[in-house]
Design a protein around this ligand. Structure first.
Ligand SMILES: C[S@@+](CC[C@H](N)C(=O)[O-])C[C@H]1O[C@@H](n2cnc3c(N)ncnc32)[C@H](O)[C@@H]1O
Length: 241
């Protein structure tokens, strides 16, 4: 591509709260003075940011790898989003910085579902200082247990459950919860699939066709190897059922 001179190389804002500084991502800390998982803190123009580690967060890795504008992978601040497989809250905490901000000044709501009680314990501690974060002990496959917390369709849904059947779980969640034109992100761990076929490339192609066949439009499939080996992040757009 010849347009190198037009490209911005310096630090830039992906949103009011997310900065890209060379190859590192930073979010404006909603709880100043506190790190969540040992990440560095740094001030830019008098405000404290947390480094969003791409080796610890597949969303951050995907933002550094996407061929599109990384801002397209972020939800709109102040909206309601659904995150399946929230873990201990690493990525969720950065999303919270972006979606809600300090004392939830932006009015976001981040419904964070995980199956593991020890993850819920950590998410609950986080939620105490991060209003807008809603921890849910639940199974991503069983909407009946928690779906009531997401009464309207959302414009942004993320799934990272790293278990067998990830694609079917994601398709079912998108059908129920993702708004038409909303963004769905599926982090796929190849090793979690019972796959006896032709290797990862064929698996990923099969996943893409399953997503397309389920009324989801695949926009991009982002290779995460190097940050998370054997992982790929599929970016889809919800369509009218
Ligand atoms: C790789 S970790 C998530 C890491 C997290 N997304 C992050 O970036 O910080 C996968 C998580 O999915 C959860 N999980 C696995 N199966 C699940 C299911 N059926 N429903 C909800 N959570 C599930 C696990 O308990 C685990 O915490």
């Amino acid at each position: 591509m010849g347009g190198g001179s037009k490209r911005r190389r310096g630090p830039r804002h992906l949103s009011q709260t997310v900065r890209l500084d060379r190859r590192s991502l930073w979010t404006l800390n909603a709880v100043p003075g506190r790190a969540v998982y040992g990440e560095s803190l740094r001030r830019f123009q008098g405000q404290e940011y947390r480094r969003w580690e791409p080796h610890r967060s597949k969303l951050a890795a995907a933002m550094l790898r996407t061929k599109d504008d990384p801002a397209f992978l972020l939800p709109e601040p102040g909206t309601t989003i659904l995150y399946l497989g929230a873990g201990h809250g690493t990525s969720v905490s950065h999303l919270h910085d972006h979606l809600c901000g300090e004392q939830n000044r932006l009015g976001g709501r981040l419904v964070s579902v995980d199956l593991a009680p020890r993850c819920l314990r950590d998410l609950t501690f986080l939620a105490e200082v991060r209003p807008g974060l809603v921890p849910v002990l639940g199974d991503a496959r069983k909407h009946a247990g928690w779906g009531v917390l997401v009464p309207r369709k959302v414009d942004w849904l993320f799934q990272d459950v790293a278990q067998a059947g990830q694609v079917d779980i994601f398709i079912a969640a998108c059908k129920r919860f993702l708004a038409p034109n909303g963004t769905g992100l599926l982090s796929l761990k190849a090793a979690s699939e019972r796959w006896t076929g032709e290797g990862e490339a064929a698996l990923f192609a099969e996943v893409e066709s399953a997503l397309n066949g389920a009324s989801l439009r695949v926009i991009e499939s982002i290779e995460l190897t190097g940050y998370e080996d054997n992982h790929r992040l599929f970016v889809v757009e919800g369509m009218e059922a």
